[in-house]
Write a protein that binds this ligand. Structure first.
Ligand SMILES: *[C@@H]1O[C@H](CO)[C@@H](O)[C@H](O)[C@H]1NC(C)=O
Ligand SMILES: *[C@@H]1O[C@H](CO)[C@@H](O)[C@H](O)[C@H]1NC(C)=O
Ligand SMILES: *[C@@H]1O[C@H](CO)[C@@H](O)[C@H](O)[C@H]1NC(C)=O
Ligand SMILES: *[C@@H]1O[C@H](CO)[C@@H](O)[C@H](O)[C@H]1NC(C)=O
Ligand SMILES: *[C@@H]1O[C@H](CO)[C@@H](O)[C@H](O)[C@H]1NC(C)=O
Ligand SMILES: *[C@@H]1O[C@H](CO)[C@@H](O)[C@H](O)[C@H]1NC(C)=O
Ligand SMILES: *[C@@H]1O[C@H](CO)[C@@H](O)[C@H](O)[C@H]1NC(C)=O
Ligand SMILES: *[C@@H]1O[C@H](CO)[C@@H](O)[C@H](O)[C@H]1NC(C)=O
Ligand SMILES: *[C@@H]1O[C@H](CO)[C@@H](O)[C@H](O)[C@H]1NC(C)=O
Ligand SMILES: *[C@@H]1O[C@H](CO)[C@@H](O)[C@H](O)[C@H]1NC(C)=O
Ligand SMILES: *[C@@H]1O[C@H](CO)[C@@H](O)[C@H](O)[C@H]1NC(C)=O
Ligand SMILES: *[C@@H]1O[C@H](CO)[C@@H](O)[C@H](O)[C@H]1NC(C)=O
Length: 836
């Protein structure tokens, strides 16, 4: 079989461990808000921007403001607010000890500080203070996405709370295995009512790395598949573990996102960061390891894993993997992984796959088929940011999970290259990377801020932040500033843990500003060129504390985009991809104790990583909640419930944005289209009460495959089904979306909804894609429980153009159900408007 190809593991990660400052004995974290307006309220000149994206008739977008990026003047207002906050603390708590942890200035003007109740009382009496509250949300900062998705007060309540959410449902993970010793997968529950679902028949392998007793009522199946890799001679038993054990970290992470236990304390670097929880904390986990640290995986092994999962009786399969190239042949759908997933769907299994991390260019999606539920990655609202205030009052923002410099004082900056000891060879181009303290003169660095260059060697892992921090410590520096080497273009930095005051400046332009200021403040000896006096000073404002003011959700730049490529010629399929977006950026979750995927969190129990790999298991977990509530739902019905209830608005009520570039992604963004986000951002609460369902069956998918020219023999080979005369196009599949890859003047499309709720009357409304007129019949209908209703949708090109445009159809029930489906149309042929 020549259809075996390499599957690569998508891990787009920068992980970290985080250190927090210890609380004093009777001190606690308080959040203090001030009366003066925050930065966001300073705006009065909001601009409107037109795009090809159109909500048409309803015009829900018009009048809404495009979110602004933080400009330099905003930054100086920010630092002004920070100074006000600091001076308040200095005046009120004069001579007392306190620790300011975080300054908020964008959405609220305030700060977090460790103080005693008496100090809090003093602060609350001040005229300029609006509010002083004891901080309680900090402890839940760890796996924040259950909160961001509204599970504690929404979906979990539906099922009876986190102690039962997902119970009875089995999720199969095709990944790098699992660390069975992790508390996220233990089952020492006090109550004994946690049976292994009787429909599950899987087993647990027993090996030296995965001893008997590794499985329990939570982790109920575990196997590994490596035959293809072994045949190729590339399997390395030392690194890869010939067992379900996770030597990488990725599989442990994804399994805990979907179904990790609720309330697992997260201890990293000796500190408690809050408690973690999966989306369906009582769902059961079955692990099918088919991906390996050293080489990725092979389709043959992946197919074997999917096969076994289906045979064992899992309810949901989660794949955070995609093929590393577009499958050749008749159509992208005809590849062994998608075809085995079609069989899984036939067996009633809901299949979730990551969209891929190859965005943001169009057609970059690597999950193709209409029976697969494809998930893109969105950001959530938590962020950690820090900044550098230079002596010339310019503030530069940075990344880094690091404390700030000690107090308000400014510290002298010393660039490593200017602090070389006498015997060092100055021509060594890597000396600026601070990887070895013996090259540097401690007398110059001690008590100062060390400047190091973040070069391409850091990206490649040849130099590390950890090593530079060690250098700084060896030399008694007060902190480290990494500037971005201009050769590192478009590299996206995630927060990196630092155990010393520090930050990384991600922008090459900002790095230039730092270096210019530094250089202009130096005094050099004319002849030797050595520095006589370091004049540049700065302080670092720490980035240890999370805040929740990020504009979110937002489609992150790496999330792969539609439209769905139908074949290697990049023709577009009449299928919407991705199907949905879910949190995928900077996700905290469990990590394998022997995970070697990244130096930043080796040996840690939890890690924060990013990718569509992290988005897919969020949806797998939410699907388990749906399956628990509606055990008879088909895979398509589960997908429909998730899709028709998705939200297209962000936290502030504006359209969800999509980042469109690697570099400065927040400056290159515009409203997301269905090719970026599918139906939108998952709404777990609404998905548990969808009202109407768009269902399709295995036979529908076969009819669709048979509709592809010349596909008969391939369909027969893969599915054993003979293509009859009844074939359909992709647009005719009863999906909760309509995608027309080539609209030739006009087209009529039918959809059928089934009411799973009480009798209800629905009104139909829609918005036209730009250049297309849409009409839907009927415009109103009454539907009883269990009844079906056909909707006829007529598309008619009204313009002579050939770009993609987007609209939506909304079905509004009089009992509160709202079901929306996205429309994506690419006009192909100019309509004959004068003569039709
Ligand atoms: C297998 O992995 C180990 C540990 O990383 C390494 O030392 C060894 O060289 C590898 N063996 C082969 C054949 O690559
Ligand atoms: C976290 O979990 C621990 C132990 O499981 C529990 O004692 C504690 O109350 C939990 N904390 C929160 C904030 O949920
Ligand atoms: C920076 O700002 C402070 C306070 O606003 C002011 O006293 C100082 O003169 C400014 N320094 C420069 C170099 O502009
Ligand atoms: C804090 O700043 C003061 C001067 O404002 C300085 O005397 C003191 O040494 C600084 N503390 C530390 C720990 O650097
Ligand atoms: C820091 O100092 C220790 C002890 O002298 C030394 O072993 C280590 O190599 C130094 N680290 C760096 C990065 O220079
Ligand atoms: C200066 O650098 C050289 C070369 O790295 C090293 O061998 C030497 O010990 C250093 N001297 C001092 C005083 O740090
Ligand atoms: C540093 O400043 C000097 C003048 O003060 C200038 O001649 C030199 O080009 C500058 N170097 C850099 C790297 O900016
Ligand atoms: C999610 O759905 C619930 C229930 O329908 C609704 O109250 C809530 O506003 C929705 N959230 C978003 C962000 O759309
Ligand atoms: C179908 O399978 C047979 C036997 O494995 C093979 O010879 C043939 O080429 C396959 N046909 C297609 C269209 O894949
Ligand atoms: C699919 O669409 C094409 C072009 O739009 C049309 O020629 C063909 O008849 C359609 N096939 C089916 C089965 O409807
Ligand atoms: C809906 O459409 C299907 C297929 O097009 C047809 O068989 C069925 O009778 C229609 N149902 C109604 C209520 O019109
Ligand atoms: C399509 O639109 C054109 C121009 O508005 C109109 O003349 C024509 O009747 C429409 N066709 C259909 C099938 O609605």
């Amino acid at each position: 079989m020549e259809c075996i190809y390499l599957v690569h593991l998508i891990v787009l990660c920068v992980g970290f461990c985080m250190k927090v400052l210890c609380q004093e004995d009777d001190g606690a974290v308080y959040v203090v808000t001030m009366k003066q307006a925050p930065v966001v309220h300073q705006y009065d000149d909001m601009r409107l921007e037109t795009t090809r994206f159109s909500y048409g008739a309803q015009g829900r977008l018009s009048g809404l403001n495009k979110p602004r990026n933080i400009s330099r003047s905003d930054r100086s207002y920010s630092s002004y607010l920070v100074r006000l906050q600091d001076s308040l603390l200095r005046r009120v708590l004069k001579g007392e000890s306190y620790l300011k942890l975080y300054s908020y200035h964008y959405l609220i003007n305030g700060f977090a500080v460790i103080i005693t109740p008496q100090q809090a009382e003093k602060l609350s009496k001040r005229r300029e203070v609006a509010n002083v509250v004891l901080d309680y949300s900090v402890r839940t900062a760890t796996t924040h996405t259950p909160e961001f998705l509204g599970l504690p007060r929404g979906a979990w309540i539906e099922e009876g709370g986190p102690d039962v959410a997902g119970e009875g449902v089995v999720i199969g993970f095709i990944d790098t295995g699992i660390d069975p010793t992790h508390p996220s997968f233990s089952d020492d529950f006090s109550q004994n009512t946690y049976p292994i679902p009787s429909h599950f028949a899987g087993i647990c392998e027993v090996t030296r790395d995965f001893p008997s007793g590794s499985c329990n009522r939570k982790l109920i199946g575990a196997r590994h598949f490596a035959a293809s890799a072994i045949t190729r001679g590339i399997f390395n038993a030392t690194q890869d573990y010939a067992s379900p054990f996770d030597g990488d970290g990725h599989g442990t992470h994804t399994a805990s996102i979907a179904a990790g236990n609720h309330g697992v304390p997260v201890i990293v670097a000796g500190h408690h960061f809050g408690n973690a929880s999966g989306m369906a904390p009582r769902a059961h986990i079955a692990v099918y390891k088919a991906l390996y640290k050293s080489f990725g995986g092979f389709a043959a092994d992946v197919v074997a894993a999917i096969d076994q999962a289906a045979q064992d009786g899992v309810d949901i399969v989660s794949l955070s993997i995609t093929p590393n190239r577009r499958p050749p042949g008749l159509a992208t759908f005809f590849n062994p992984i998608d075809m085995s997933l079609l069989s899984a769907v036939k067996a009633g299994i809901f299949v979730v796959q990551a969209a891929g991390n190859t965005g943001p260019s169009p057609k970059s999606i690597s999950s193709f088929s209409p029976w697969i539920f494809t998930v893109g990655a969105a950001s959530h609202d938590r962020m950690y940011h820090n900044s550098l205030v230079l002596g010339n009052n310019i503030t530069i923002s940075g990344v880094g999970l690091a404390p700030g410099t000690d107090n308000d004082s400014m510290y002298t900056m010393v660039y490593a290259i200017d602090a070389l000891n006498g015997t060092t060879d100055v021509n060594d181009m890597y000396l600026g990377e601070c990887q070895d303290s013996s090259n540097l003169n401690q007398d110059l660095v001690q008590g100062n801020l060390l400047i190091c260059s973040y070069s391409i060697r850091f990206v490649l892992g040849l130099s590390t932040i950890k090593q530079a921090l060690q250098t700084a410590k060896n030399l008694s520096a007060v902190g480290v500033i990494f500037y971005m080497d201009p050769f590192v273009i478009g590299f996206q930095l995630n927060p990196t843990p630092m155990n010393l005051a520090g930050l990384i400046i991600p922008s090459p332009d900002d790095s230039k500003i730092l270096l210019q200021y530094y250089n202009s403040s130096l005094l050099r000896d004319e002849s030797s060129k050595r520095v006589v006096k370091f004049g540049g000073v700065a302080r670092i404002l720490g980035g240890l504390k999370a805040n929740y003011s990020n504009l979110a959700p937002k489609v992150v730049y790496y999330s792969a985009r539609g439209p769905d490529p139908e074949d290697s010629f990049l023709d577009v399929a009449d299928i919407m991809k991705p199907n949905l977006i879910a949190p995928g950026n900077l996700i905290w979750a469990a990590w394998s104790s022997l995970g070697t995927d990244s130096v930043e969190f080796e040996g840690e129990n939890f890690a924060m990583i990013s990718g569509t790999s992290m988005a897919a298991p969020h949806v797998a977990g939410l699907a388990a909640l749906i399956k628990q509530k509606f055990p008879t739902f088909s895979p398509s019905a589960i997908g429909s419930a998730l899709s028709t209830t998705a939200s297209v608005y962000d936290k502030q009520g504006g359209p969800i944005m999509a980042q469109r570039a690697y570099s400065n992604p927040d400056l290159n963004q515009s409203p997301a289209t269905p090719f970026d986000m599918g139906s939108g951002f998952v709404n777990a609460t609404a998905a548990l009460d969808p009202g109407l369902i768009f269902d399709s069956t295995f036979n529908d998918f076969v009819s669709f495959l048979c509709g592809i020219n010349g596909s008969g023999p391939v369909v027969l080979n893969y599915t054993g089904e003979n293509c009859g005369i009844s074939t359909i196009n992709g647009t005719d599949l009863n999906m909760p979306s309509i995608t027309i890859a080539k609209l030739n003047q006009s087209k009529m499309i039918q959809r059928t909804v089934t009411n799973i709720a009480d009798d209800e009357t629905y009104a139909v409304s829609w918005s036209n894609p730009f250049g297309v007129s849409v009409s839907v019949m009927p415009t109103q209908f009454f539907i009883t429980n269990g009844q079906r209703q056909n909707l006829t949708v007529l598309f008619n090109a009204t313009m002579n153009s050939s770009f993609a445009s987007f609209g939506r159809i909304g079905l509004y029930g009089n009992k509160g159900h709202v079901s929306t489906i996205p429309l994506s149309v690419i006009l192909k042929i100019a309509p004959n408007i004068t003569n039709s």
